[in-house]
Design a protein around this ligand. Structure first.
Ligand SMILES: CC(C)(COP(=O)(O)OP(=O)(O)OC[C@H]1O[C@@H](n2cnc3c(N)ncnc32)[C@H](O)[C@@H]1OP(=O)(O)O)[C@@H](O)C(=O)NCCC(=O)NCCS
Length: 153
């Protein structure tokens, strides 16, 4: 996904707003999730994201998303954001984010997703690391309480 950063996307210093970048990250990841499972899918978590260098008004935000790991109903998607200067063509990595989406059926209940085909050594490395990230994320959930139970309280 490529976005041209316009004044309405920026703060008073002419740098893109962090919230706008998070929106683009979420959108790119959602497209990848939907294409994989071909059902509805919702964002359940986004890991810590840093903004390493600013993207200026008039520059491009280039957002690349790919699936890295799937569980039974969840899918992890890695999103890389780069700035691109239209005049020089210079690209700089600005953020990397890992998001988890859950496929849901018509009543909003988690639904099984197809397996992920791991074709390269890099795919296999990323999936193995994804498994470890998943375990770390689930540890952060309140003990014995699932998000669905929290909603019902
Ligand atoms: C996503 C949702 C349906 C999951 O419901 P749930 O009751 O937690 O379901 P489960 O406990 O069965 O977990 C389903 C999957 O989500 C994963 N999951 C749950 N919470 C997670 C979290 N915080 N981070 C990462 N994965 C999580 C589980 O590991 C499981 O994956 P698996 O099937 O691959 O093992 C529910 O939390 C929800 O509707 N959340 C709101 C989503 C939304 O509206 N997003 C838009 C932005 S607000």
């Amino acid at each position: 996904m490529v976005e041209l950063v316009l004044p309405n996307d920026a703060n008073t210093m002419g740098n893109v707003l962090g919230g706008r970048v998070l929106h683009w990250i979420d959108l790119a990841a959602a497209i990848v999730a939907h294409r994989h499972c071909r059902t509805e899918a919702v964002t359940v978590s986004m890991d810590e994201v840093s903004f390493l260098v600013p993207i200026r008004v008039g520059q491009l935000a280039c957002i690349a998303a790919r699936m890295t790991y799937v569980g039974r109903t969840s899918m992890e998607i890695r999103v890389d954001v780069q700035s691109e200067d239209l005049m020089s063509g210079e690209r700089r990595q600005t953020s990397t984010a890992y998001l988890t989406f859950v496929a849901v059926d018509k009543s909003g209940r988690p639904a099984e997703v197809p397996p992920l085909l791991l074709e390269t050594e890099e795919d296999r490395r990323e999936a193995k690391a994804g498994e470890a990230r998943r375990a770390a994320r689930l540890k952060l959930r309140p003990l014995g309480v699932t998000p669905r139970e929290t909603q019902q309280r």
